[in-house]
Design a protein around this ligand. Structure first.
Ligand code: GLA
Length: 374
């Protein structure tokens, strides 16, 4: 591939979520960060009414008719691009015919938001090639709509927002109720964030995800009969304890996770700001435990991976990141012991589960980037 064959190079990031899991769709605050693993779209106008999509890693080539973008939901490759283009078009933006080459370094099915990176970079590329300025938050919202209405996952805004609005060496404290954000510097003084993939294939993730979301909505509907709230994140743990008896069974467990996880995010941000790595680590461990026991989105493999990490002496905390049911963990580890940590965890995990884990070297990077190539 010769970059000079294209007019623009537009990228959007994968993301890791430091803490605040399964609360974005409950109006909570989350703390993701954009990764240097990303999806890049090389794009040039082609003067037709087609978006022609190719991939650096696939032999396939797909041609999407700009006037029939709603008809590609069931294609194997290109459905994310079609859905993203359709939502951008429906919002009143001009789509011009173009050739796109897509290059994704975010591992698929890893919980690091390859789909958000594809959606966000595709929309940003379409806007750029049409000569339009864009607001990254607007791009994130349309990308989320593509995931929900086209791909059928009723997701929150965290992934697309982080993918679009990430900032090098910063986490984003994102209030998912108001979409206000604060960039929090990632200064971990002698500690590093280590991402490890369980390599457990994601199964049923969409249906389980949508099921969890429904359960939290049931909890909210029930609680609203007793207390004036708009979303579950409006309740502090103390307030929730007064009303939790109106819920029962799994619905109560799910709500308990959401409310405590919201609290942990606030504590984690304070810990990050004052450099209290030990406390941050403890919060990661508590988050994982809650996702495992109360929210039930971890599974045997992620539990094995997190517990192998947690028992290593150089690790102060470890948790699953993303939707769960497979995918990755994030661990906070003494920088000078990272290699030993990785070897220990991978070996322990493989003997417990039979799966080979994979470690990623990724920096915290910017969200969308646009480069003119000629
Ligand atoms: C997926 C969704 C996000 C968020 C996480 C869980 O990544 O796309 O919106 O809900 O799961 O925190």
């Amino acid at each position: 591939m010769n970059e000079k064959d294209y007019e623009y190079k537009v990228s959007a990031a994968g993301r890791v979520n430091i803490i605040g899991e399964h609360i974005d769709y409950c109006g909570g605050k989350v703390l993701p960060a954009a990764l240097s693993l990303k999806n890049t779209v090389y794009v040039r106008p082609n003067g037709t009414n087609k978006i022609n999509v190719r991939w650096t890693t696939l032999p396939d080539e797909v041609s999407l008719d700009i006037d029939k973008l709603e008809s590609y939901k069931d294609i194997k490759y290109g459905n994310y691009q079609a859905g993203s283009a359709l939502m951008w078009q429906r919002a009143g933006h001009k789509i011009v015919g173009c050739d796109m080459l897509q290059d994704c370094t975010v591992p698929f099915g890893s919980g690091l938001s390859s789909s958000a990176a594809i959606e966000v970079s595709t929309i940003a590329a379409l806007a750029t090639v049409a000569g339009e300025e864009f607001d990254p938050v607007d791009v994130a919202l349309k990308a989320q709509q593509a995931e929900r209405e086209y791909a059928g996952v009723n997701c929150g805004i965290m992934d697309q927002y982080a993918s679009a609005c990430g900032k090098e060496n910063h986490a984003i404290l994102l209030d998912c109720k108001t979409l206000e954000r604060e960039y929090v510097p990632i200064k971990l003084g002698g500690y590093s964030l280590v991402i490890i993939n369980s390599n457990k294939p994601h199964n049923l993730v969409e249906s389980k995800y949508n099921e969890r979301r429904t359960e939290t909505e049931q909890a909210l509907t029930q609680l609203k009969k007793y207390v004036d709230i708009e979303c579950l994140a409006d309740l502090t743990p103390e307030e929730f304890s007064k009303y939790s008896h109106v819920l029962s069974g799994k619905v109560r467990d799910r709500a308990t996770h959401v409310i405590n996880e919201c609290d942990r995010v606030n504590l984690a941000v304070q810990a990050m700001k004052v450099g209290n790595v030990d406390f941050l680590g403890l919060l990661l461990n508590k988050s994982h435990e809650s996702l495992s026991k109360l929210y039930e989105v971890t599974g045997r493999e992620l539990d094995a991976l997190a517990s192998a990490a947690q028992e290593h002496p150089a690790c102060v905390g470890s948790r699953m990141t993303g939707a769960g049911f497979g995918g990755c963990t994030i661990s906070l580890v003494k920088t000078d012991a990272v290699e030993d940590f990785k070897n220990y965890v991978c070996q322990k995990y493989e003997s417990a589960t039979g799966y080979k884990a994979k470690c990623y070297q990724a920096d915290i990077a910017d969200g969308i980037t646009v480069e003119k190539l000629k």
